[in-house]
Design a protein around this ligand. Structure first.
Ligand code: KG4
Ligand code: ZN
Length: 339
């Protein structure tokens, strides 16, 4: 039986809404429509996300986006079977907007709601692509808040193989960019600047590269970038592209090597890369190269679905319901889990 699921994402600085239809057990649900509003412009003036402003803007955007998604799919609110929202992790106030709207809609329409883990949304986002992966696979989850390698045997069957012991990969991009005086959001800015730089110009550390486990550490890299930037002093401006390229190379190097180690350890022939840093061109090129040589398939979400969006939340909910892993319920508790 097919079910229509509305998904709402509001964990940070993007308001995303999407409509997904399940197509029966053993099939991948279908994305009918999705809409996204990014708050990046609003937060740029402050050099980072201002939580209070983020919450207020989610409130402004979420209902118009919901209406757009319904119109685009030719559906009405009454046809929706369940409403999914991001339960966490994320900014508490921002999460409360999504959960509040989802619960209010659920109560008004007498429809069940379901809270989704934001990272599970990222993890399952490659299923929104034309060529979805098959289970099992290794997943590299690289976002602004998380860096994890996982063994994924099916929906809800996840085992963490390794993770960062301090900063996330996206954080390493963002903090290094800030040290170089680049505007928010730092990751994509640093990546853009790196295109014109020499990745071997500066010798930066590759923390835990040979640690023998699958954990990551990026805090030391950030300190090395700061030291290098101070050393450059007045010449930083002229060498910025080189420093950006060297920073990116260090982060990508560690991510690629550890992912290859995870594939070797598990004996798996398939890897999924998800989360904002998965949009990084150098990461994609190097991982594709290395995996091609080893006969390993790499799956990514479509570029516009790498960063936060509602489609991945609706998709994760639909896949969970299809797999019998979780039921939507008529419990309107506004429960969010920021951490
Ligand atoms: O998944 P996401 O949208 O939000 C979180 O759940 O954190 O990831 C955002 C992160 C930020 O740290 C951002 O700088 C990084 O992804 N990012 C990138 C690129 N695009 C986004 N980092 C490197 N290169 C990119 N092209
Ligand atoms: Zn995210």
């Amino acid at each position: 039986m097919s079910e229509l699921i509305l998904g709402i994402e509001s964990s940070c600085d993007e308001t995303g809404v999407a409509l997904v239809r399940t197509r029966g057990p053993g099939t991948v649900p279908e994305l009918l429509s999705h809409a996204l509003y990014s708050q990046i412009e609003m937060h740029r003036a402050y050099g980072g996300v201002v939580p209070e402003l983020a919450s207020r803007d989610h409130i402004r955007r979420v209902l118009p986006l919901t209406q757009k998604v319904l119109d685009d799919a030719g559906c009405t609110l009454a046809q929706i079977d369940a409403i999914a929202f991001t339960r966490g992790p994320g900014l508490a106030g921002a999460l409360l907007v999504g959960s509040g709207v989802a619960c209010a809609m659920g109560a008004a329409l007498d429809k069940p709601v379901l809270g989704v883990h934001h990272l599970e949304g990222h993890l399952l986002s490659p299923f929104l692509s034309e060529d979805p992966p098959e289970f099992p696979f290794v997943a590299l989850l690289v976002s602004g808040g998380h860096t994890q390698l996982m063994r994924v045997d099916g929906v809800g069957r996840y085992q963490i193989l390794g993770e960062t012991i301090d900063d996330a990969a996206g954080e390493a991009f963002d903090k290094s960019a800030k040290l170089m005086g680049l505007p928010y959001p730092g990751g994509p800015e640093l990546a853009r600047l790196a295109e014109g730089g020499d990745p071997e110009a500066f010798k930066l550390p590759r923390p835990l590269l040979h640690s023998g486990d699958l954990d990551f550490s990026f805090a030391g890299l950030k300190t090395a970038v700061l030291t290098q930037a101070k050393k450059l002093g007045d010449t930083l401006e002229a060498r910025k592209a080189d420093l950006a390229a060297s920073t990116q190379a260090a982060i990508v190097d560690v991510l690629v090597k550890k992912t290859l180690n995870a594939l070797k350890e598990t004996g798996m022939k398939r890897v999924v890369v998800a989360g904002g840093v998965g949009a990084n061109r150098m990461l994609r090129e190097q991982l594709n190269d290395a995996c091609r040589k080893r006969g390993i398939r790499v799956h990514y979400p479509e570029l516009h679905l790498c960063t936060d969006n509602g489609a991945m939340i609706a998709m994760a909910a639909a896949m969970r319901i299809e797999a019998g892993q979780q039921q939507a319920e008529k419990v309107y508790a506004f429960d969010v889990k920021p951490r």
